[in-house]
Ligand binder design. Structure first.
Ligand SMILES: [Zn+2]
Length: 156
């Protein structure tokens, strides 16, 4: 995905450092699913995608149980859910986490722990965001997705 997000033959030191740090944390045993989610959120902008997950698109309030609107490219608060009759109906806690992931620092990563149900919800949200806004179905992403099922096989 890092490769797909940049132009051929154009070095991107910041992205390289970010990817390297992410891989080192996976090596150190931090949760690869969470790290992958964070990586996916933080490189969305490199695909030209800018989403407003922090405040209601209509009234700009923060810290509410938001839902996502694909039409508006951002979140709606309960008072403004009706601005998009096809809103995503995502778990507000997933949107809270996705918002955090956009700006999370490496030093904070070791304190993040997420239960399996929420991980599934995050996976679903990110898949839908990538399908809708990035469009291409990345081979690398399919590979990452398939790691989840490998984990299940190894447990047997
Ligand atoms: Zn609102």
């Amino acid at each position: 995905m890092a490769d797909a997000s940049i132009q051929d033959r154009q070095p991107d030191p910041a992205l390289f450092a970010f990817l390297e740090q992410t891989l080192q944390l996976i090596d150190r045993g931090l949760d690869y699913e969470i790290l992958t989610n964070i990586f996916e959120m933080q490189i969305l902008s490199r695909f030209g995608v800018s989403l407003n997950i922090h405040e209601c698109c209509v009234c700009h309030r923060v810290g509410l149980p938001f839902d996502f609107s694909f039409r508006l490219g951002g979140v709606l608060c309960p008072d403004h859910y009706d601005r998009d009759e096809r809103r995503a109906h995502w778990d507000p806690n997933a949107l809270y986490l996705l918002d955090r992931f956009q700006a999370v620092k490496f030093s904070e990563l070791e304190t993040i722990s997420i239960h399996d149900e929420m991980k599934k919800e995050l996976r679903k949200c990110l898949d839908q965001l990538y399908d809708e806004y990035v469009g291409i179905h990345l081979k690398a992403k399919k590979f990452i997705d398939s790691l989840g099922s490998w984990g299940e096989i190894l447990k047997d």
